[in-house]
Ligand binder design. Structure first.
Ligand code: NAD
Length: 703
């Protein structure tokens, strides 16, 4: 094996090059190589400076995530970084690519930093539920000042090289070749007689206002990072950088970072990190199955979804043709697309010339024949089975051999749609969420005949258009919407039992959901659920109270935000939701008519009923093989349904509560509330009885 760390001499500068493909992660081996290199330099007197640089596409990209399970092996970070910092000659870090976490902590233990102007530097630990644990909380405030360091670590977003330069995190920017730039910088320092500049010896700028600043950040975090534990730990560690000598601060940082790692939040966020890396693994489909290239795309239907999906393709540089039935429909669709892009330009998130480029990639047509070049076609017409079947028969005529045929249906049977074609193996669901150009989630629905390479093409496509693609099997509502059904049922039932919409949504939002379900109904249109339930009435329980509040609102024409009122009123100038006493009175009167007892469930009961119903349905989905993994369900809910990431998704959350506890509550609801709806799933019963978790169940599945 090639050496990870090599040293060569360039005149009087020693260059230490680290090379651990693919991203120079700080594994035990890399740390050992780095340590050995700096130790050997100590014994030499042939250089007056050291440049630390990385080969490949990036500087040190961060710690080794696998070490969360094993604990950090020798050599540890502190010992190593202390060695670097104590180097008797000056040490310059030369940074390119993405320096993250431990990479940045290493760079700031060096005496100076130069960076390519395209580099990015970040301390994103908070997004993984941990805190910088290799001196970052102690050195960063000393290097760039208290408030900028807090911004960087609490925000977790990487800085551009220019921003890093402005903050003094980087001393010099280089364009073109990094190493010559770094060498020239080092020689400049030598010529000036500069020596080592140890970050740990610098005072913290802004320390005199530390109490006030840290208190303000605590208050802010309590508001904007509700329920989270890491921000408080991070602030404690930074306070120590101000109050304590460096070595004490380092010890405290290490203590806190171990607590954060083991915390529920830390485990939850790491779970999601690894869950997203599992998504592409489909049992029975090995790496020999390759996806097909997608150079051109087609869309049928220029409506809400079709337009948004077209933007996803254009944003990824893929030309796309949208077919609709009338010129008016196309014009309407294009006007919306243009408006969406213009809004991004106004907000400053899109450069005008990029908008023009993207618009130029989207073409409208009234002729299905124009879809003949497309490698992927996504159908997004009205939710009507007969119509979709007609369209797939047409697509079968015009699509080129090998084209992937996707439907964006939310509820229809994709096997039935595939059956009208002579190539059911080419058909699958590509379930985007609204607004399609914004929402992260893409459910990839594998029908019974879908070919493995078609599935892999869809997974690759998800990556190309920067979506989180999760594979599901065909059933009503797939993973996400199917689980939403019992969750919504309980929310509505709580309203009938006397909780106000604001109490129901407030309880769910306090738990951490991005938006309460009733407010979501108002946003999407209260009538949508009502109409689909009407169509499926023959399959649903014979229960006049089932989803009754939504039915009442729809019958009154109070359809949510689009009509100015639904579960709430939206008549303030900023269209904020406000309670609607009339709607509440209507729900009360209906409850009385139906004889629903007014129990007025408390917040904790509301949360338990909604979430345990959701989790129970998730367990059924696993039993039936609709989702491959419990962690896939977690990804669906965090990427598409506003479930709080710091709770790890519904199935991870269930494991943290304990499946036995959840089962007990479900059985209590079954006795006390409703025997029909509260049937525990067989998988939940089994796991609770065996004292196992969803994670353990998943680990025991064939891979
Ligand atoms: P929409 O009513 O906004 O648009 C449908 C478009 O299809 C219209 O432009 C219509 O002219 C066009 N169309 C109808 N018949 C056609 C034909 N024969 N050939 C070509 N075009 C035709 O509908 P939408 O909200 O964009 O929904 C489209 C699909 O996406 C539905 O299956 C829906 O269930 C699904 N979906 C919608 C959402 C959502 O939130 N709106 C979310 C996920 C999935």
């Amino acid at each position: 094996m090639a050496e990870i760390a090599t040293i060569h001499l360039d005149g009087d500068v020693a260059v230490v090059t680290l090379d651990a493909p693919p991203v120079n992660a700080m594994t035990r081996e890399l740390r050992a190589g780095l340590k050995a290199a700096f130790e050997s330099l100590r014994a030499r007197s042939d250089h007056r400076a050291v440049v630390l640089i990385c080969a490949g596409r990036t500087f040190l990209s961060g710690g080794d995530m696998r070490e969360f399970d094993t604990g950090v092996q020798e050599p540890g970070y502190h010992e190593l970084l202390r060695l670097l910092e104590d180097t008797p000659v000056l040490v310059v870090a030369a940074i390119h690519g993405s320096a993250m976490g431990g990479g940045v902590e290493t760079a700031i233990a060096c005496h100076y930093r130069v960076a390519l102007d395209s580099a990015r530097l970040g301390l994103p630990e908070i997004t993984l539920g941990i805190i910088p644990g290799a001196g970052g909380t102690q050195r960063m405030p000393r290097l760039i000042g208290l408030e900028p360091a807090l911004d960087m670590m609490l925000g977790g977003k990487p800085l551009t090289a220019a921003q890093a330069k402005a903050l003094g995190l980087v001393d010099e920017l280089v364009s073109g070749e990094l190493l010559p730039g770094a060498l020239a910088f080092a020689r400049g320092l030598i010529a000036r007689g500069a020596g080592p500049r140890r970050t740990r010896e610098l005072p913290v700028a802004g320390a005199e206002r530390a109490d006030e600043v840290i208190a303000a950040r605590r208050a802010q975090a309590a508001r904007t990072m509700r329920n989270r534990t890491t921000p408080g730990m991070l602030l404690d560690a930074v306070a120590a950088a101000v109050e304590r000598p460096f070595d004490d601060g380092i010890r405290y940082e290490r203590e806190l970072s171990l607590v954060a790692e083991k915390s529920v939040e830390g485990r939850a966020l790491r779970h999601l990190f690894f869950a997203e890396r599992e998504l592409r693994r489909i049992p029975g489909i090995g790496p020999e199955v390759r996806g097909r290239p997608v150079a051109a795309a087609g869309i049928v239907g220029a409506g809400t979804m079709g337009g948004g999906i077209a933007m996803c393709f254009a944003n990824a540089g893929i030309p796309v043709t949208i077919v609709d039935t009338t010129q008016e429909a196309l014009d309407r669709g294009f006007a919306t697309i243009r408006k969406n892009y213009e809004r991004s330009v106004q907000r400053g998130s899109l450069r005008p010339e990029l908008m023009a480029q993207r618009l130029a990639l989207i073409r409208g047509s009234l002729a299905y024949a124009d879809l003949g070049e497309a490698d992927v076609i996504v159908e997004a017409v009205f939710e009507n089975l007969a119509l979709k079947k007609q369209i797939f028969a047409r697509l079968d005529e015009v699509a080129k051999p090998g084209a992937v045929l996707g439907t964006n249906t939310s509820t229809l049977d994709i096997d039935e749609i595939a059956a009208v074609t002579r190539r059911p193996q080419a058909v699958l669901g590509l379930h985007f969420f609204s607004p399609a150009n914004v929402m992260q989630l893409l459910e990839i629905v594998r029908a019974s005949a879908t070919a493995p390479e078609v599935l892999v093409t869809a997974l690759d496509l998800a990556k190309t258009i920067r979506k989180t693609g999760v594979v599901a099997r065909v059933c009503y509502g797939f993973i996400g919407n199917r689980m939403m059904d019992p969750y919504g049922r309980e929310a509505e039932r709580c309203v009938l039992e006397g909780a106000t919409p604001a109490e129901v949504d407030g309880a769910l939002e306090d738990f951490g959901m991005a938006m309460g379900i009733l407010a979501v109904y108002d946003l999407a249109g209260v009538d949508i659920g009502y109409l689909t339930r009407k169509e499926r009435a023959h399959l649903l329980p014979d229960d006049p109270s089932f989803y009754r509040p939504t039915a009442l609102l729809t019958e009154r024409g109070w359809l949510g935000q689009k009509t100015g009122r639904g579960y709430y009123r939206y008549d303030s100038p900023e269209r904020k939701r406000t309670p609607d006493p009339e709607a509440i009175a209507m729900f009360r009167a209906e409850a009385e008519r139906l004889g629903v007892p007014q129990r007025r469930p408390a917040p904790q009961e509301i949360v338990e009923r909604c979430l345990y119903a959701l989790i129970n349905e998730g367990a059924r989905i696993l039993e039936e093989g609709i989702a491959l993994r419990a962690s896939d369900i977690d990804t669906v809910y965090c990427a598409g349904y506003g479930f709080p990431r710091y709770r790890g998704g519904p199935m991870f959350y269930a494991d943290t509560v304990g499946l036995d506890v959840i089962l007990e509550r479900i059985q209590a609801f079954q006795r006390e509330l409703d025997p029909q709806y509260w049937q525990p799933s067989a998988l939940l019963l089994q796991l609770a009885r065996e004292g196992r978790s969803f994670a353990q169940w998943q680990a025991a599945q064939p891979r």
